[in-house]
Design a protein around this ligand. Structure first.
Ligand SMILES: CC(=O)N[C@H]1[C@@H](OP(=O)(O)OP(=O)(O)OC[C@H]2O[C@@H](n3ccc(=O)[nH]c3=O)[C@H](O)[C@@H]2O)O[C@H](CO)[C@@H](O)[C@@H]1O[C@H](C)C(=O)N[C@@H](C)C(=O)N[C@H](CCC(=O)O)C(=O)O
Ligand SMILES: Nc1ncnc2c1ncn2[C@@H]1O[C@H](COP(=O)(O)OP(=O)(O)OP(=O)(O)O)[C@@H](O)[C@H]1O
Length: 497
């Protein structure tokens, strides 16, 4: 890109050295700099990008954007000094990629729980009708079927713009993004113009970061406020009528609202819900008539997710018949009440619930069809060095299960003892075990199971690792459970080791 054009977008304090005519790329990570590119130094929570300038230059950076003095050979490299590099990258990134979000329908999904599920429902329904679609969030960046890893649910502003650009270049008509409260507060969505903003719910989580529920709710509200005030644009807000915070979200936007829900009046409302172990069916009342929905995913929470996805796609202009057909083929999002295939006499689900409300919803997804003679065993852990206030509330919700195993979910630097004792404080009954080592906790769940029982492993979901100390160690609840179940339930099982 033409260098002068690129930098015309930011306020500059001064320039040292001579700017090249053009630059090839832009990076905020010295390890990702390409020859002839720009490196923008970001002061992070952990390290200061200014200390990687030499590394960036060694990688071929031709221009450095900095807010503090940096020592480089000005014969070879130019330095653009700005007041604030965070602000600079927020302006440079969308400008560099030529505002790609304007080239597609952009759907943003926020809320404590359900972002991944709703986003993936939208994506799958779009693909089912033959549309090219991209989705990004906790599971990664899915560019019309090709999945790429991402660092965050809502990535930094540069990565976000790059992904939107890639989706637009790949002729995707729609990009759906999970929007985290952290992403909103830290400005990772600068330059992303959403057409449809969806709200799922707001319950206890991330209070280590936001401090209070009020701050957390207002952080989520930024998505609706940031839709802007240009009412000549066709934009929509999709809100959960059964969620008290929706009223506040409605006040934060000027655009038309489509509501969805079960308990209260709504534009998209589900009734006659039938929950079963193999799927869910219900009648959906919509502004254009009633429809019968059959889905393979389980749990009432997925009825909410389906209603949210439907309202968003309706707002986009999709035919209701196409939406209903699409809902019939959606698989469980990876690691969200995902049934583990086995012919052994156990029903095993892997789930990502790691907030009190999600735990309650996950357990309630199986209770309607659990038989009196079946035990529901629930394994739940929390992360170390993160929101501690939610621990006892998580255990209290988990107590709905017949037997609970309290464990860790990425203990990081925190000792098992404090994580477990803070969880134990919330237990409402004594039918539980507290086991710090997650692999041992999984084995224990199988050891206490009788044939026919149901086990839910919550917290890890799609993740295939456990962070212990600063190391990311391989870990799979499903693999450990299946191995243990083979040993316990398979007749004639022979140990291979
Ligand atoms: C607390 C927080 O928001 N941290 C984010 C932040 O990390 P940081 O400030 O520590 O970054 P840093 O490591 O200090 O690096 C500073 C700069 O130096 C650069 N650098 C670094 C090393 C190097 O060798 N060279 C180099 O140039 C980095 O690229 C960066 O530009 O910037 C990183 C890059 O954008 C993010 O990946 C990281 O998210 C971490 C992984 C994280 O855990 N974030 C959580 C709190 C979060 O954001 N979660 C939400 C989801 C919540 C939910 O479950 O709903 C999310 O959206 O993911
Ligand atoms: N609408 C919902 N309401 C409450 N709980 C839900 C809902 N949808 C999913 N869940 C529960 O929350 C867990 C996480 O779901 P999902 O990944 O879709 O949410 P998320 O908002 O993307 O979460 P995260 O930001 O932590 O990735 C699921 O495994 C399920 O137990």
């Amino acid at each position: 890109m033409d260098t002068e054009k690129l930098f015309s977008i930011i306020p500059i304090k001064n320039i040292k050295g001579v700017l090249p005519k053009s630059v090839t790329d832009i990076a905020v990570d010295s390890r990702a700099v390409s020859a002839g590119g720009v490196f923008v130094c970001i002061e992070g929570f952990t390290v200061d990008g200014h200390s990687f300038v030499q590394k960036a230059v060694d990688q071929g950076a031709r221009v450095i954007v900095a807010s503090k003095p940096v020592a480089v050979d000005l014969e070879k490299v130019a330095v653009v000094y700005v007041k604030n590099t965070d602000r600079a990258i927020a302006l440079l990134a969308p400008h560099f990629y030529q505002y790609p979000s304007k080239r597609m329908t952009m759907i943003g999904v926020t809320g404590t729980n359900g972002k991944t599920s709703v986003s993936n429902m939208i994506h799958t329904i779009l693909q089912h009708t033959g549309e090219r679609s991209a989705v990004t969030g906790t599971i990664g960046f899915n560019l019309d079927g090709t999945l790429m890893e991402t660092e965050n649910t809502t990535t930094d502003v540069l990565t976000t713009q790059k992904m939107i650009h890639q989706a637009a270049e790949a002729d995707c008509s729609t990009m759906t993004m999970e929007v985290s409260s952290h992403g909103l507060v830290e400005g990772r969505l600068a330059g992303t113009e959403f057409d449809i903003a969806v709200f799922t719910n707001l319950t206890h989580d991330h209070l280590d970061f936001h401090g209070t529920m009020d701050n957390y709710g207002h952080a989520k509200g930024l998505l609706f406020a940031q839709l802007g005030q240009d009412l000549s644009q066709r934009k929509f807000v999709v809100l959960n009528a059964d969620e008290p915070w929706s009223e506040r979200m409605e006040k934060m936007t000027s655009y038309p609202v489509l509501s969805y829900g079960i308990r209260r009046e709504a534009d998209f409302r589900a009734r006659d819900i039938v929950l079963s172990p193999d799927g869910t069916s219900f009648k959906m009342e919509t502004p254009v008539g009633d429809f019968t929905v059959r889905m393979n995913v389980i749990g009432e929470f997925n009825v909410y997710n389906a209603l949210a996805a439907t309202a968003a796609l309706f707002a986009k202009g999709m035919e209701m018949e196409d939406i209903i057909n699409g809902l019939s083929v959606i698989p469980a999002a990876k690691g969200r009440m995902e049934k583990v295939e086995t012919d052994l006499p156990l029903t095993i689900y892997v789930d990502y619930a790691h907030s009190p409300d999600a735990i309650e919803k996950a357990i309630n997804a199986v209770l309607p069809y659990k038989k009196a003679e079946q035990k529901l065993i629930f394994v739940i852990g929390t992360g170390g060095n993160r929101d501690r206030k939610k621990r006892p509330i998580m255990a209290e919700k988990a107590s709905i299960a017949d037997y609970v195993i309290l464990t860790t979910d990425d203990p990081r630097d925190e000792p098992y003892e404090s994580i477990l004792s803070e969880l134990e404080a919330g237990m409402a009954h004594k039918r539980y075990a507290a086991i710090g080592d997650r692999a041992e906790a999984v084995k224990h769940a199988v050891s206490v199971a009788d044939a026919g029982d149901i086990i839910i492993f919550a917290g890890k979901g799609h993740e295939d690792f456990q962070i212990v100390g600063h190391e990311k160690l391989p870990h799979s609840d499903a693999a450990i459970a299946l191995e243990e179940a083979e040993r316990k339930f398979r007749k004639g099982f022979i140990e291979t080791e």
